[in-house]
Design a protein around this ligand. Structure first.
Ligand code: 4NP
Length: 159
């Protein structure tokens, strides 16, 4: 699914306080466990939470699974991210549409996280727990999708 060698990944959601920081922190953990040397970061399409730590209920649910994201701070996506990152991973279709509007030339770098899930999750996007309040569901979907993404990156980088 990923053909080129990828050295950096950016995860993107709306606020950068729930889904994308969780994806960033968990990607860091899972990729280092398999010695996949790929840098990562996260950003939001909106500017509402710039400088804020991840949303407290999201942090608490993640910490139960051993994911500590207390040091992360929200930032907004910038046009420079399209040159600085090899792969940009959106949490839902709205994020993807916003990214494609911001940088139409970068469309080939933008993918949806759930595309990489290897089992049927019942969702083809990552539900926003800021609204659903189901933080564990979001964690499950991110976790399963990241496993598929990392497998893909591993094969692409060793091909
Ligand atoms: P996220 O969730 O995009 O997963 O970070 C949201 C966080 C905050 C808001 C919306 C979504 N908000 O409206 O402030």
């Amino acid at each position: 699914m990923i053909e080129t060698s990828v050295k950096s990944v950016l995860f993107v959601c709306l606020g950068n306080i729930c889904r994308s920081p969780t994806a960033e922190a968990l990607f860091r953990q899972k990729s280092s466990a398999v010695e996949l040397n790929i840098s990562c970061d996260s950003a939001g399409t909106a500017d509402w939470h710039i400088g804020s730590p991840p949303y407290q209920p999201m942090q608490e649910a993640a910490l139960v699974r051993g994911i500590n994201m207390s040091k992360l701070r929200a930032r907004q996506i910038s046009i420079h991210d399209f040159t600085n990152f090899d792969l940009i991973i959106a949490m839902d279709e709205k994020n993807r549409a916003n990214l494609n509007t911001l940088c139409p030339e970068g469309v080939g770098k933008v993918r949806l996280l759930t595309e990489f899930a290897q089992e049927n999750l019942g969702y083809d996007y990552v539900p926003d727990p800021y609204y659903t309040r189901d933080f564990n569901q979001t964690l499950d979907i991110i976790d399963q999708s990241l496993s598929g993404l990392i497998e893909n990156l591993n094969s692409a980088n060793t091909a």
